[in-house]
Write a protein that binds this ligand. Structure first.
Ligand SMILES: [Fe+2]
Length: 268
């Protein structure tokens, strides 16, 4: 699928760099390439959303109560999505690969170690976001960016490295089982989901045009984006203006570059 229109101005592919998928120039019919590519696409949704936070934060004045609250709420939903992903990887995915795929023992342990490296920084970010939303602290964009700087480097390293460790499962020659474990992982993630936070966050940052639109991600029945847009998104309605795509995976102009956004950001 190619984009309907190019987003205007700076977009959510910076400052943190999006990942190339292993399937960019290799066949997705290979189960390990499919699974590793799927993981890269998931990580890219996290990166686009974080980029949007990073780009919008300094443009919002502390006194702009409505917009700062909406951004903090978006931050809270982002933390929920990333936490769900890492918890499910630790609880199920990595151990299932290691236990059920002969030859996979030890291959993925480094990913869990890396989770430790950004854990404290991410927890500090979450704590600030929660307490600012609870009215215990005021919105301070410099502090918000500093907190992101406190975990972004190990987090990006981890997002990159996990793809190459998953590709190492190719050496086991057990592609079918790798796919089976991954399918179970997908079911577990959906079961644990707090849909109102992570549903819109995922859809609004999953660019279906990425790498020429060759990836079917996220795969879901056709009615689901409608359900998420018109029903599920209501609880955190103010947050979703910071998304980088529409509910159908088409990149959109970032809020800061729209007329509506420019007007809202000009409020002191
Ligand atoms: Fe991951």
């Amino acid at each position: 699928m190619s984009p309907k229109a190019k987003p205007e101005g700076v977009w959510a592919d910076q400052p943190f760099k999006l990942l190339d998928t292993p399937g960019k120039d290799k066949p997705l019919s290979n189960p390990v390439i499919y699974v590793a590519s799927h993981m890269a696409l998931v990580h890219n949704t996290f990166i686009r959303a974080l980029n949007s936070i990073y780009l919008h934060a300094p443009l919002i004045a502390t006194s702009n109560k409505i917009l700062s609250r909406d951004l903090l709420s978006y931050c809270q939903c982002w933390v929920a999505l990333v936490a769900l992903h890492h918890q499910t990887e630790e609880k199920f995915l990595f151990s299932a690969f290691e236990e059920r795929i002969p030859g996979a023992k030890g291959v993925l342990a480094v990913n869990v170690q890396q989770h430790e490296e950004f854990h404290d920084g991410l927890a500090a970010f979450e704590k600030y976001v929660d307490s600012a939303l609870a009215g215990k602290e005021s919105y301070d964009s410099e502090r918000l960016l500093k907190l992101i700087d406190g975990f972004s480097e190990p987090l990006m390293t981890h997002f990159n490295d996990e793809i190459s460790t998953l590709m190492r499962l190719e050496e086991t020659g057990q592609g079918k089982d790798v796919m089976k474990v991954h399918e179970e992982f997908e079911v577990i993630v959906r079961k644990d989901i707090d849909g109102s936070k992570v549903g819109p966050m995922t859809l609004l940052n999953a660019d279906k045009t990425y790498e020429g639109g060759k990836h079917p991600f996220p795969v879901m029945p056709k009615f689901v984006p409608y359900l998420i847009k018109y029903l599920v998104s209501r609880k955190y309605a103010g947050a979703w203006k910071f998304g980088s795509c529409d509910y159908w995976g088409q990149p959109v102009t970032l809020f800061m570059n729209t007329l509506e956004g420019k007007k809202a950001l000009a409020v002191a």
